[in-house]
Design a protein around this ligand. Structure first.
Ligand code: AMP
Ligand code: GLY
Length: 425
């Protein structure tokens, strides 16, 4: 029997999930809510806001959905899993993603930091402030070295982390956040030590009892060549990551992943779904920077193409609590992705530009992010527009594939970074 699947979200991560799931013999119809032009081509888009749980409920019941995969964090932090479990008609329908309590790992930086400390997991030193302790911020900053890392506690649409060189500016910023700059997300503020190193993203899937390690990835967050300019949602990615050899990954497993999974169990938190460990490699030692309770984007566009096994089978293992019996085989080849973005992103940009040159060559797949189908035409509808992923036997070969395919695509004011993966070559 085949299962209809609803993927919530509208980015390249969600298109990648759809692309992978249609390859499964166990998958029935694939729906995305709200999706993009890529998911519309792979399946059917539904006009669903992932944070409007009643809309999700209606879509699930109307389309005989047998599995829901939650792409972004906001519905998880808001408790979509809890909503499903409390509804007589939805509670038997597997939803891939953690409940509200587990999603605090991403939904509250203060919760995540306290969890890390409770379980002895390496992470930069920090202190959390609220309005009642705002007067002590400057004295604490004086105990750290510049630059200063300031994080709004709650979800702030990717804008809640600031890195500031000047101590007075940093103190003023903490006060501004506590004063409401990011709304309720800033009722608490984490101030932490800056770490200098190379970032790497590591992923597991978990059924609450056991977990499996997925391929690791590196993403490129800054808009400009050489990691300069503003932070973005991610401008490209690479998997595998050459510096993440056995020695480093053993440390990640022993010092970070195992204590996390054990700590969750000890605290009575059953974690189901994807868990993303944002790590800093400091001279060969991993430190936890952040948890995300979902797959990364653009990491999904390089990690999922390296999974050779049936993804539906793995997710069914998550849903049924027998993940340990499922097989996870990975492709040893490199996959790279280059994100094509609208001119002006991550600031303001235009929408509605026609995209041409979307034909894929061998060993390349174009994942849609901010796109919209209009009849036969595909138009831009967001900042990050397309992720061009390619396989190669070497990093160089994969990058050549991504860049040669990217050069065939065009839309007005298209921009992309020309140096993805160059620091790893
Ligand atoms: P987060 O949302 O916590 O991942 O922070 C966003 C980005 O800020 C991270 O991906 C890092 O690039 C950077 N960052 C966060 N915390 C630190 C830190 N303690 N030291 C250095 N960079 C950091
Ligand atoms: N690429 C980082 C993220 O998905 O948060």
């Amino acid at each position: 029997m085949q299962t209809n699947i609803l993927i919530l979200g509208s980015g390249a991560r969600e298109h990648t999930l759809a692309w992978k799931l249609i390859q499964s013999s166990k998958a029935g119809r694939i729906f995305a809510g709200p999706g993009n032009a890529g998911t519309a081509a792979a399946g059917t888009n539904l006009a669903v806001d992932p944070c409007s749980f009643d809309q999700v409920r209606d879509a699930v019941l109307a389309n005989d959905i047998g599995m829901v995969i939650v792409g972004p964090e906001a519905p998880l932090v808001a408790g979509i899993r809890d909503y499903f479990l409390a509804d007589p008609l939805l509670k038997g329908i597997p939803l891939i993603g953690p409940d509200r309590s587990a999603a605090r790992l991403e939904g509250s930086k203060d919760f995540a930091k306290a969890f890390l400390v409770r379980h002895g997991i390496p992470t930069p030193g920090y202190r959390t402030f609220d309005r009642s302790t705002a007067g002590e911020v400057r004295d604490f900053l004086a105990t750290l070295r510049s630059p200063y890392v300031i994080k709004a506690d709650g979800l702030a649409a990717g804008k809640g982390v600031l890195i500031i060189d000047d101590i007075n500016e940093a103190a003023a910023e903490v006060k501004a956040i506590l004063g409401g700059k990011f709304g309720t997300a800033g009722e608490k503020v984490v101030v932490e030590q800056f770490l200098k190193g190379i970032e790497i993203s590591v992923f597991v899937i978990s059924d609450g009892k056991s977990w499996k390690l997925l391929p690791e990835a590196k993403d490129y967050k800054r808009i400009g060549t050489g990691d300069t300019g503003l932070n973005t949602g991610g401008m490209g990615g690479v998997s595998p990551v050459p510096f993440a050899g056995n020695e480093f990954m053993d440390k990640v497993r022993n010092r970070i992943i195992e204590p996390t999974m054990r700590g969750l169990a000890e605290e009575g938190i059953e974690y189901t779904g994807f868990l993303f460990f944002g790590l800093m490699n400091v001279d060969g030692d991993p430190y936890m920077i952040e948890y995300n309770v979902r797959m990364g984007d653009p990491e999904a566009e390089v990690v999922i193409p390296r999974i050779k096994s049936d993804l539906y089978d793995l997710l069914e293992g998550v849903a049924e609590g027998n993940l340990s019996e499922r097989s996870l085989e990975t492709d040893s080849r490199f996959v790279t992705t280059v994100m094509l973005v609208s001119g002006g992103y991550p600031g303001s940009y235009k929408k509605g530009m026609e995209i041409t040159g979307l034909e894929e060559t061998d060993d390349c797949v174009i994942f849609h992010a901010g796109t919209k189908a209009e009849g036969e035409r595909v138009l831009t509808s967001g900042g990050r527009v397309l992720a061009v992923s390619s396989w190669g036997n070497s990093l160089k070969e994969a990058l050549e594939g991504s860049y040669s395919n990217a050069s065939n695509i065009s839309f007005a004011e298209m921009y992309y970074r020309k140096d993805i993966g160059f620091d790893l070559k």
